[in-house]
Structures are given as C-alpha cells and as structure tokens.
Design a protein around this ligand. Structure first.
Ligand code: 13P
Ligand code: SF4
Length: 298
C-alpha cells in the first residue's frame, strides 16, 4: 500500500500533509508533518496542484483558503474538530454587535465561516504574539476558552472577551493525573497544549503547540517528559528523540476524528481523487484576509 501511495503521489504531483496527531503509519508516509501553523505555511508555499490533507476539516479548509487554486483532498471528509463547532455565525454576530469596537481573533480551530467574520486568526503557536501585537485594545477571542485564558494571562494590557468553547480531548487532563505522573516520573519536564484546562496550564513547565513540544524536547537537557496532549504527538516525539522518554499525562488521550483516517483511505483518496474540498468563493476571500494577517506572526 505504501508503494502504491508513493507511486501515485509522483504520478499526480501530489503531496501528503499530516498533522502531528495522525496515526503512526500516516505520519511515516507524510511529506510534511506539523502543527496547524506549520501546515498552513507549507500549504501556501507548495508548488503542487494536489494536496492530500490528513487532519481534521478546519485544517484542510485552511489549506484551501490559503491556496484556492490548489485541489485539496480530505481522505475522510467527516473527520471534523468538535471544538470548531462550539460557536456558530449567529453567536459570533451577536458578540460583534455587543462589542462593536473589538477585533475578533479566531483560533484556527474554527469553521471557514467563522474565520470569514474574523479580523485575524491565530494558532496555538502564535496566539499570544497575535493578541499582543494587534493595534486594538478590546478583543473577542473564539472559540477556545483555555487558549483564551492563556492569552489573557500573558497579555495584560488588553481587554479580552472569551468564548466558552473547549476541546473534549484536552479537557480530560486532570490535576490528579498530573500529580500522579510527576510522582511516577520525578524530574521530568511537563509540556502541555494550551487547550488544556487553566489549572493544568498553571502547573506546567511549558505551554506550547504540538510542534513547540518537539522543539523543546530537542533543545532541553532533560531526558524525561510528561506530555499533556493527544497521543499521536507522543509517537512523533519518541521517533525523533530516541534517547529520551515521553509519558502521557495520565492515560493517553485520543482525538477520535484525527484517528478516522487510515492508510487505505489515503490510497483511495489518491486513486480516486476524492474527497475534494469545496468552499464558497466569498467565504474564501474573507477568511483569507484573516488567515493572511496572522501569517505576519509566524
Ligand atoms: P497544534 O496547532 O498545536 O498542532 O494544535 C492543533 C489541535 O487541534 C490541538 O488539539
Ligand atoms: Fe479538535 Fe481537540 Fe481533536 Fe484538536 S484534539 S482536532 S482541538 S477535537
């Protein structure tokens, strides 16, 4: 199957982009593996016409928005991010009416329609930088309350109105698990994703995006790490740091949608050139402005 995928990729001049949470066999065949910010950047810079996007829907949408001339395929089109659906356009429009002077900063884990109504986007890797540097005092931050809390903690001089969405996977990490993991692994560095609950963020050594974890693991003199994010990341951390040890904070947490895509789905997607992502031109044009502005803060 791997050989057939490779051959088809060459024949069709296609690339496979995969998020750090994908199953190991997809991580292993991907041309580019990364966090949301890296994948957005790569999709924009690629000189190919066909992208097979192994991740959840908002990630494939972001690639399409940045490069509407490219064909973006989602091997399993119903792989979605429940966090992205925590706010709808009606709710965001109500907020915008209530705070007419505020800028809307939407976390990239949002629908294309929400991005189209936003002033700027951000990812977990650049959220603090974006909010700190945009030229307004009042900000509506959607849809993740934990990343919003983290941004607020790090940017004092702004008024941030935070929407109460959350990621069900990262909400599961508990202080009790953290206590037990630290006891079992004394001296380990604790790295967590900013979608974890505030009390977890407060106790971590590093609050970073998935690729931020990889960077820190490579640079750190420490040999053992406790990881507060989806289990797919631990596969990549171990693979690229074979002399270091990585443990999940509590039992491993799984994002069901990220795991919907199999190697067979990737093969079928390349063979049959499906499922092609379509977005309305008007939505693309508006969302592109918001994502494009965030690219200054890469
Ligand atoms: P990253 O951009 O840090 O990879 O996060 C994406 C995500 O969905 C986290 O749950
Ligand atoms: Fe969405 Fe959470 Fe899955 Fe990330 S881990 S894709 S935020 S549901």
């Amino acid at each position: 199957m791997i050989d057939r995928i490779r051959r088809l990729k060459e024949q069709k001049n296609a690339v496979i982009l995969a998020h750090n949470y994908q199953v190991p066999e997809i991580q292993d065949i991907a041309d580019f593996l990364g966090d949301s910010l890296e994948l957005s950047k790569v999709s924009q810079e690629l000189k190919v016409s066909l992208i097979v996007f192994c991740g959840v829907r908002f990630m494939a949408e972001t690639a399409k928005i940045l490069s509407p001339e490219k064909r973006v395929l989602s091997p399993v089109p119903d792989a979605a991010c429940p966090l992205a659906d925590k706010i709808n356009t009606r709710q965001l429009l109500d907020l915008k009416n209530k705070y007419p002077d505020a800028w809307v900063v939407s976390y990239v884990n949002s629908t294309a329609e929400i991005k189209a109504l936003s002033d700027i986007c951000c990812t977990s890797a650049n959220a603090v930088n974006v909010v700190r540097n945009i030229p307004v005092k009042q900000i509506i931050f959607v849809p993740d309350k934990n990343l919003g809390w983290w941004v607020k903690k790090n940017v004092f001089q702004k008024e941030i109105i935070i929407w109460e969405g959350f990621c069900y996977v990262h909400e599961e990490f508990s202080l009790e698990d953290l206590r037990k993991s630290k006891e079992a692994c004394p001296g380990a560095e604790v790295m967590v994703h900013p979608e974890c609950r505030a009390e977890i963020l407060e106790c971590a050594d590093y609050v970073v995006s998935t690729s931020g974890m990889l960077k820190r693991a490579k640079e750190s003199p420490v040999k053992k790490f406790i990881i507060g994010t989806e289990e797919g990341m631990i596969y990549r951390l171990k693979k690229e740091n074979p002399r270091k040890e990585f443990y999940s904070l509590g039992c491993p947490k799984v994002c069901k949608d990220m795991k919907k895509i199999s190697l067979k789905d990737v093969l079928t997607s390349l063979e049959e050139e499906k499922f092609e992502l379509e977005l309305e031109a008007g939505v693309i044009a508006k969302a592109k402005k918001a994502i494009g502005k965030m690219m200054k803060y890469v």
